[in-house]
Design a protein around this ligand. Structure first.
Ligand code: ADP
Ligand code: ZN
Ligand code: ZN
Length: 677
């Protein structure tokens, strides 16, 4: 009897395609193996065999598999189960999940030899430096840490997920290390997730010093070969027992997963934005652990409202840690009202007198300073003071950022750089002025006030590679520089002993972003930045400059009052139908014709409203309404938390199918962002 294989191909189309298995390949084609299959007129792809069966497909000519690339499966049953959940929950085809889950080489149509010498050399690059120190970094827990550790173990008896809410420097990482050791001693595997930017040499070294060769590191900045090597090793008889990795490491094969740690669980960057699958690594990790019978620990100093809510209602276990290691105090936070100071003409450029004085004091004592702002570039954007014209990217519909060093305008979506117009193209005014401040401008002004001080900037421009980023951190921690000027990047789990002053130059940019999470995010960022000051020997000072000195959120940050922030924000979320009370689904529609895009978006809106009523918002132009010459429209669905996700998804797919049936819908793309961030 003829046998057939349903094959997942790495395309955002259907879940799988059916091919016949030629008799020569019958013994080798198995579930989880890679096969080379013809596609369309002349293409071929590497796909993954999903099922083998004898049911002949009807209504089209079945093509046959060209080649089988594996003798052993490269995707396990556990992974398939997880892929399916991702595809269902995030409303995307399995091909998209396959694309995210497998390193590029495993999808290339040249068969790669399983773990060639070159592959393993690539991973060892990072490991052999630390081999010597194996076992050295293990510390005994102090009393509060031991209590938290015991409470977590206790909580795991009844709860699958536990939230560890511990202030910065309380020793969360030490607790993770103890939990990992315990899991490994029971023969279980551990996945330790960190946001991209927090996965630094500092943390790698610290874990390496305890777990040595048992640990593998999976970073998206690693070469594809290195990632394939980790993937292959996890499939082998001797997998890493501990994987320290970023978001995408949830897709690695595990055979004995016992514990997943999601560090900095509040981090927005755990959410994949583009391309599909637009998954949240925290949710995915919890599901992966659940499917493997493992436990999940979420750790952070500033929980996401979603996680805290679930802990609050008892769905998750909750353990808190409120003392810093060695009892060093949280920094003092001084709020500076820059609106008033500007009015009184007391600001020294972008610095308040208090900040200048504190920086001066720190430098005089040989201490270091971190200055934080939420932007990069010299100025955020240029503007014509006469007519208000702002240069924008013609492809992406976002304002361009001015980079002084290169004297160019840069689009931060497509990366295109533009020359400065000699005068305003709208009214002819000869000079465009810069609006807002950037790290370069801060550096320039610092040099004016403190010509002796050495400074370094950390933003996407100066730290665009992992090596450059690591170099800045290392140099700063060795006091090669007095002042670190940075964007968001400086907030991530860095541990600098000698920093006594942190200046937050402008707390407002974040607060006024058009996003319902902006207040929560501002709290997270400010609390994390503040946590960088005075980590060991003495109490640090945070100077927080803001135009919203009397806002709730600033008060909550100053008093380190997470619970008040939680209550205030939850009230707003409830009132305005936002998560965690409602589930959001963004529906995007893309087309290369402007008026067709408009018309189809409105038709889709009407169809959605027939089913979902006033739970539908839009269509609206998203923040970026045009990407790579495609026009984009966005609709938003707010669904009651209790509603069945499966039901909602199948309704959405029905509506999509109805729209796509129309001849006018030719060439339109529709995709979803479930739980958008
Ligand atoms: P968190 O992860 O909560 O920010 P860390 O685990 O990084 O805190 O701890 C902060 C600092 O204190 C680190 O340098 C760490 O090595 C040190 N530390 C914390 N707990 C201990 C301990 N029990 N023994 C020795 N050093 C500790
Ligand atoms: Zn652009
Ligand atoms: Zn003008």
């Amino acid at each position: 009897m003829m046998r057939y294989a349903d094959v997942i191909v790495p395309l955002p189309l259907h879940d799988s395609y059916t091919y016949s298995i030629p008799s020569a390949l019958e013994s080798s084609v198995r579930k989880g193996c890679r096969v080379l299959v013809p596609f369309g007129k002349s293409k071929s792809y590497v796909g993954i065999v999903h099922t083998v069966h004898t049911k002949e497909p009807q209504g089209y000519e079945v093509k046959s598999i060209k080649e089988c690339l594996d003798t052993l499966p490269v995707v396990t049953d556990t992974q398939f189960r997880f892929w399916k959940w991702i595809a269902q929950y995030y409303a995307c085809p399995l091909g998209d999940v396959m694309n995210a889950a497998l390193p590029a080489r495993l999808k290339a149509d040249k068969p790669t030899k399983p773990s060639s010498k070159k592959d393993s050399a690539a991973t060892n690059l990072d490991t052999h430096i630390y081999e010597e120190s194996t076992g050295g970094g293990f510390h005994a827990l102090n009393k509060p840490q031991q209590q938290a550790f015991d409470a977590i173990c206790q909580s795991f008896i009844t709860k699958d997920v536990t939230l560890l809410h511990g202030i910065t420097s309380s020793g969360k990482t030490e607790i993770y290390i103890h939990l990992i050791r315990q899991a490994l001693s029971e023969g279980k595997q551990v996945l330790y997730l960190l946001p991209e930017i927090a996965l630094t040499t500092q943390i790698t070294e610290r874990l390496r010093s305890v777990f040595g060769e048992q640990m593998g590191v999976f970073h998206s900045k690693f070469s594809d070969a290195a990632r394939v090597a980790v993937y292959r090793k996890q499939l082998s008889d001797e997998p890493y027992q501990l994987v320290l990795g970023v978001r995408s490491s949830v897709f690695l094969p595990f055979c004995q997963l016992g514990l997943v740690i999601v560090d900095e669980e509040h981090e927005v960057s755990y959410k994949q934005q583009d391309p599909a699958p637009r998954y949240h690594a925290r949710s995915a990790a919890i599901m992966l652990a659940h499917q493997c019978g493992a436990k999940t620990l979420l750790g952070t100093a500033t929980p996401s409202l979603e996680s805290f809510q679930l802990a609050h209602t008892g769905r998750y276990g909750y353990v808190s840690l409120t003392t810093r290691y060695l009892d060093c105090q949280l920094p003092e936070i001084e709020v500076v009202d820059i609106k008033r100071l500007k009015f009184q003409k007391q600001m020294k450029g972008i610095f308040s007198p208090v900040l200048i004085e504190s920086i001066g004091n720190a430098l005089a004592h040989g201490e270091q300073v971190i200055l934080f702002l939420n932007r990069r570039g010299y100025a955020n954007f240029l503007m014509c003071k006469t007519c208000g014209w702002v240069p924008r990217c013609p492809h992406c519909d976002v304002s361009l950022t001015y980079h002084k060093k290169t004297n160019r305008l840069v689009c931060h979506y497509c990366g295109q750089a533009y020359m400065l117009p000699p005068s305003c193209p709208s009214c002819g005014e000869p000079r465009l002025s810069d609006v807002g401040i950037g790290t370069e401008k801060v550096e320039q002004q610092i040099h004016r006030h403190f010509p002796e001080a050495t400074t370094v900037r950390m933003d996407i421009d100066t730290a665009h590679t992992r090596a450059a980023y690591e170099q800045i951190i290392t140099d700063f921690s060795h006091h090669q520089y007095d002042i670190l000027i940075g964007t968001q990047m400086v907030t991530k789990g860095l541990d600098f002993d000698n920093v006594s002053v942190v200046g937050i130059l402008d707390a407002d940019t974040m607060l006024h972003l058009p996003d319902f999470r902006s207040a929560e995010r501002t709290y997270h960022v400010l609390a994390q930045v503040a946590g960088r000051a005075g980590r060991r020997n003495h109490r640090g000072l945070v100077v927080l400059q803001t135009r919203s000195a009397d806002s709730d959120i600033i008060a909550h940050v100053v008093h380190n009052d997470y619970e008040s922030m939680f209550r205030t924000q939850m009230e707003e979320r409830r009132q305005f139908h936002y998560p965690p009370f409602y589930r959001l689904i963004n529906i995007y529609l893309r087309h290369n014709d402007y008026s067709r895009t408009e018309q189809l978006a409105h038709e889709l809106g009407d169809l959605l409203r027939q089913t979902f009523g006033d739970r539908v918002l839009g269509p609206d132009r998203p923040a970026v309404a045009r990407v790579r010459s495609m026009y984009v429209r966005k609709l938003m669905l707010k669904i009651e938390k209790q509603a069945s996700a499966n039901k909602v998804r199948s309704l959405l797919f029905d509506i999509q199918a109805r729209l796509l049936q129309q001849p006018s819908a030719h060439g339109v793309q529709i995709y979803y962002d479930v739980d958008p961030m």
